[in-house]
Design a binder for this molecule. Structure first.
Ligand code: C2E
Ligand code: MG
Ligand code: MG
Length: 481
C-alpha cells in the first residue's frame, strides 16, 4: 500500500519536475515551447498576435564568477520575481536555461506590446538587487519576434527571437531588438528616445515654462502653471505631448515628476528672493505618479528642502490621463481583475490627495470635461480647482452646446465650492463670455503663452500694468514683455 502511494506520488511529481525550473519555480524550456505551440495553434482562429521575448543578463558569466554560484542563483531568483512584475496575468514567463528567460505575450492587436514590456524590464532592472548585503545592478539584452509577421511556427518564432537577441547583444548591453527590420526601425527610434530621455535628467535638458493664470475680476495674476519642455540637443525644444507617454510607459515619469516638483519649489524660492513675492505654481502630475505612492514623499521632501509653504504648490491632477489609465484597467475588469485594481486605484488616489491636502496643498482637476469626469469625482476627491478644457473654450462663443456646458460646469463647481479656471482663452470674446458667466480665472494665449522663468519675472514685475488686462488694450503691454 505504502509502496503504491509512493509511486503515485512520484508519478504526480514527474511532470512537475519535467516542466518547472527548480531554482525559480518558473516553467522551463520544455513547457515554454509546448505552451507556445499550443497558443500558436489557437491564435489563428482568434486573430491574436503573439510576441515572443527572449532575454539574458549582460555578462552573466562575469557576474556569476564575481558573486559565486550561491549569490548568482539568488540573483536569478530575484530577477525572476521582477520579471513577473512586468507581465500581465495572461502572459507567460519561463526560465529557458542558465540566465536566459523567455516570455510569451498574447494580445488582440499586438500594438507595440512587446516593446512596452521590454522597456518595463529594462526599467525594473535599474533598481539594484540586494544580495546578502551586497548591492548590485545588472542589465539585460532582449530579442523579440512576433506571430504572424515573423513566422507561423512556434519553434521558428523562438529561433527568430534568439537571433534578434544575438543582434541586440552585438549592439551593446541593455538593448532590445525585434527580428523584423521594419519593427526594428520603430523600436530603435523609440529606444533612442528612451535612452536620450534617461540621460536628459542627468544632462539637465528638461526645462519648465510657466503660464500665468489671471483672475477675471480685478485682473490679478494668481499663479502660474509649470509646463515641461525637453531641450534635446540637435532637436530643439520638444513639447511634452511628444515624450510624456514614453516617460509613463517606462516608469521614468516618477523621477522626472519629482524633478518637476522640486524645480517648481526652487522657482518659488527664486522669485521670492528676487522680490516678486510668493507666486503659486501648479504642477502637472501624471496618473501613474499618483498610483506610485512615492509622490507624497517627493512633495514633502521638495517642500522641506526648499522651506516652502505647502500652500504655494498646487497639483493639477491629470484627470484625463488618470482616467485613461483606469480605462485600461477597465478592459481587464472584463476579466474581473481590474475592477479590484480600479477600486484600489481610486481609493489610493483619494488617500494620497487627502494627505497632500492635509499639508495645505491645493488640488485641481485638469482638462475637465474631456474624460469620463463626472460630478461623482468632484464629490469624492478633495478638489479645490476645476479647469475647463480648452476644447470647450475654443468655441464657447460660437457653439451653443459648448456655451451651455461651460456655463453648467461653472455653476456646478461653484455650488460645490470649487474654483473654476478656463483653459486656452485666446480672444476677448471668450474672455467676456467667461467673465459674464462668473468664471473665476483664465489661462491662455490671451494673457500670455507659456514662458521661460526669466520672462515670467519680467511679466510679474509689470503686474500692476497687467491689472489692466481686464481691458483688452493691455495686450499691447504684454507684447512688449
Ligand atoms: P495642460 O496641463 O492642459 O496644459 C495646457 C496646455 O495648453 C499647454 O500645452 C499650453 O501650452 C497649452 N495652452 C495654453 N493656453 C493655450 C491657448 O490659449 N491656446 C492653445 N492652443 N494652447 C494653449 P503644453 O505645454 O504643450 O502641454 C501639454 C500637456 O502636457 C499639458 O496639458 C499637460 O497635460 C502635459 N504636461 C506638461 N507639463 C507636464 C509635466 O511636468 N508633467 C506631466 N505629467 N505632464 C505635463
Ligand atoms: Mg495642466
Ligand atoms: Mg489642461
Amino acid at each position: 500500500m505504502d509502496d503504491f502511494m509512493h509511486r503515485e506520488d512520484v508519478e504526480r511529481r514527474v511532470p512537475q519536475l519535467a516542466h518547472y525550473d527548480a531554482l525559480t519555480s518558473l516553467p522551463n524550456r520544455a513547457l515554454f515551447c509546448e505552451s507556445l505551440r499550443k497558443i500558436v495553434r489557437q491564435a489563428g482562429m482568434n486573430h491574436r498576435i503573439i510576441s515572443v521575448l527572449v532575454l539574458n543578463i549582460d555578462n552573466f558569466r562575469d557576474v556569476n564568477n564575481t558573486l559565486g554560484p550561491t549569490l548568482g542563483d539568488e540573483l536569478l531568483r530575484q530577477l525572476s520575481v521582477r520579471l513577473l512584475e512586468c507581465l500581465r496575468i495572461r502572459d507567460m514567463i519561463a526560465r529557458l536555461g542558465g540566465d536566459e528567460f523567455g516570455c510569451i505575450l498574447v494580445t488582440p492587436d499586438g500594438s507595440a506590446d512587446a516593446g512596452i514590456v521590454a522597456s518595463k524590464i529594462r526599467e525594473v532592472l535599474r533598481q539594484p538587487f540586494e544580495l546578502q548585503g551586497h548591492q548590485m545592478t545588472v542589465t539585460a539584452s532582449i530579442g523579440m519576434s512576433v506571430y504572424p509577421t515573423d513566422s507561423l511556427d512556434a519553434d521558428t518564432l523562438i529561433k527568430n527571437a534568439a537571433s534578434a537577441l544575438n543582434r541586440s547583444k552585438g549592439a551593446g548591453a541593455d538593448m532590445y531588438r525585434f527580428f523584423t527590420a521594419e519593427m526594428n526601425a520603430t523600436a530603435i527610434k523609440k529606444l533612442d528616445q528612451e535612452n536620450a530621455l534617461r540621460e536628459a535628467l542627468d544632462q539637465n535638458e528638461f526645462v519648465l515654462y510657466y503660464q500665468p493664470k489671471m483672475e477675471l475680476i480685478g485682473g490679478r495674476i494668481t499663479g502660474v502653471e509649470a509646463l515641461i519642455r525637453w531641450n534635446r540637443p540637435g532637436h530643439g525644444l520638444i513639447p511634452p505631448l511628444e515624450f510624456i507617454s514614453v516617460l509613463e510607459q517606462t516608469g521614468l515619469i516618477n523621477r522626472v515628476g519629482a524633478w518637476v516638483i522640486d524645480s517648481a519649489c526652487k522657482q518659488i524660492t527664486e522669485w521670492r528672493h528676487a522680490g516678486l513675492g510668493d507666486i503659486s505654481i501648479s504642477v502637472n502630475v501624471s496618473g501613474r505618479q499618483f498610483s506610485q505612492r512615492n509622490l507624497n514623499r517627493d512633495v514633502i521632501r521638495a517642500i522641506q528642502d526648499n522651506d516652502i509653504d505647502p500652500e504655494l504648490l498646487e497639483f493639477e491632477l491629470q484627470t484625463e490621463r488618470a482616467l485613461r489609465e483606469n480605462s485600461i484597467d477597465f478592459d481587464l475588469l472584463e476579466l474581473e481583475l481590474t475592477e479590484t485594481s480600479l477600486m484600489t486605484h481610486a481609493r489610493r488616489t483619494i488617500d494620497t490627495l487627502k494627505k497632500l491636502k492635509a499639508l495645505g496643498i491645493r488640488i485641481s482637476i485638469d482638462d475637465f470635461g474631456t474624460g469620463y469626469s463626472s460630478l461623482a469625482y468632484l464629490k469624492r476627491f478633495p478638489v479645490d480647482v476645476l479647469k475647463i478644457d480648452r476644447s470647450f473654450i475654443m468655441n464657447v462663443t460660437t457653439n451653443p452646446a459648448d456655451a451651455a456646458i461651460t456655463t453648467a460646469i461653472i455653476g456646478m463647481a461653484h455650488s460645490l465650492d470649487v474654483k473654476v479656471v478656463a483653459e486656452g482663452v485666446e480672444t476677448v470674446e471668450q474672455f467676456n463670455f467667461l467673465r459674464m458667466r462668473g468664471c473665476d480665472e483664465i489661462q491662455g494665449y490671451y494673457i500670455a503663452q507659456p514662458l521661460p522663468a526669466i520672462e515670467i519675472s519680467k511679466l510679474l514685475s509689470s503686474n500692476k500694468k497687467l491689472l489692466n488686462k481686464v481691458d483688452p488694450s493691455v495686450k499691447t503691454i504684454l507684447s512688449r514683455v
